[in-house]
Design a protein around this ligand. Structure first.
Ligand SMILES: *[C@@H]1O[C@H](CO)[C@@H](O)[C@H](O)[C@H]1NC(C)=O
Ligand SMILES: *[C@@H]1O[C@H](CO)[C@@H](O)[C@H](O)[C@H]1NC(C)=O
Ligand SMILES: *[C@@H]1O[C@H](CO)[C@@H](O)[C@H](O)[C@H]1NC(C)=O
Length: 336
């Protein structure tokens, strides 16, 4: 098939990543790369589609005739020389495109701005890249690793950072707060705070799934928050921040909390030493509403927090069955 126009843009509406990408086709030849993979393609379009479908492919390349499809992965290709139709070399760049139409203009893929961008994932992690057209008639590709949550952790957006949360527990296990904390520390994490109701609901609903539909009771899971010593020493009542529902009576091992708005107190909590000893650690309530339809959920909602005895695991009518760890996203070893 002949290319009848100066360039052809293939846009696929399918969303395979969280962003939408386009493949932009023009004339050119990779000049700086470390490796590529040859793919048997029946046509140039087929070659371009293979790159589009591959999570890690950034550039597809072939001679116009015959088709010899080479796919270049992230961090394996750095320079592509711009050529004219008569030179007979096709190249396609994967770029981010949020619009529902194809970008059009002279000098694709960087157009008048001289720059374009993409994000792809290789087996190690996520990489963002810039494509810049320089004065040697070459598109230069540069890569930046994007910190991400490891497998099994869920990413949340906080005001100053992304944050990864993982919930652990089981229907037959109990944990003290210090056991939970040291488990998190083994994962280079800490007990997570609850920055938003979104984080709170994630922890509570994941814990319900972990306990399973047959779990007969409510449960507590540990989250970040330990009462400050002055707030349970003699005279604590005279320290304003130690009283009422004030979250400042607690210190948080989660250093990236700012709004605390996921800490919604259960009815008449915190109650400090109502069980005859101080309840100085914060737990989140796990209550499967489907199993307990008669609860007054406005007062005893799934995901509300409570102060619990730090090394108390057995309250007879419920147990401390798990915890939620949190940590910063990381750039994995060997990422671009
Ligand atoms: C090829 O790309 C690498 C990485 O950007 C760069 O360090 C190197 O100088 C480039 N080589 C040439 C010949 O342009
Ligand atoms: C696409 O949308 C995302 C989020 O809305 C934005 O961060 C990004 O800059 C956009 N990219 C382009 C190329 O417009
Ligand atoms: C729950 O409420 C319904 C309707 O008020 C009542 O019939 C039922 O007995 C209650 N169940 C329990 C376990 O209290």
């Amino acid at each position: 098939m002949l290319l009848s126009s100066f360039f052809l843009v293939l846009l696929f509406m399918t969303r395979i990543y969280s962003d939408t990408f386009s493949m932009i086709v023009t004339y050119g030849k990779p000049t700086n790369f470390t490796s590529y993979v040859s793919f048997f393609a029946i046509s140039w379009d087929d070659c371009v589609i293979q790159c589009y479908k591959s999570m890690s492919c950034v550039v597809a390349h072939s001679t116009v005739s015959p088709i010899s499809c080479n796919l270049y992965d992230v961090n394996k290709i750095f320079g592509v020389e711009k050529l004219e139709a008569a030179d007979g070399f096709l190249v396609a760049f994967k770029v981010m495109n949020n619009q529902s139409f194809c970008p059009i203009g002279d000098n694709p893929p960087t157009f008048g701005e001289g720059t374009n961008h993409g994000i792809v994932t290789n087996d190690v992690g996520k990489c963002a890249y810039d494509i810049n057209f320089d004065n040697t008639n070459t598109w230069q590709l540069t890569y930046t690793a994007i910190p991400d949550c490891p497998y099994g952790w869920t990413i949340f957006t906080r005001p100053t950072t992304k944050w990864c949360i993982q919930v652990t527990g089981g229907a037959d296990i109990t944990y003290t707060q210090s056991q939970a904390l040291s488990y998190c520390e083994q994962l280079e994490a800490t007990l997570t705070g609850l920055e938003t109701t979104n984080e709170r609901d994630f922890v509570a609903n994941t814990a319900i799934d972990i306990l399973g539909p047959e779990y007969p009771q409510f449960a507590g899971f540990w989250v970040s928050g330990v009462r400050k010593s002055e707030c349970y020493a003699d005279g604590w009542q005279d320290i304003p921040y130690c009283t009422g529902t004030n979250l400042q009576q607690f210190s948080f091992s989660d250093d990236y909390l700012s709004s605390y708005s996921g800490y919604t107190w259960d009815y008449e909590q915190p109650d400090r030493n109502a069980v005859g000893q101080w309840s100085n650690c914060i737990q989140i309530w796990i209550r499967n509403e489907a199993k307990f339809p008669n609860l007054t959920y406005s007062l005893y909602a799934n995901g509300n927090v409570d102060d619990a005895v730090c090394d108390g695991v057995d309250y007879q009518d419920y147990y401390l069955r798990g915890f939620a760890c949190g940590k910063l996203p990381v750039i994995p070893d060997g990422a671009c």
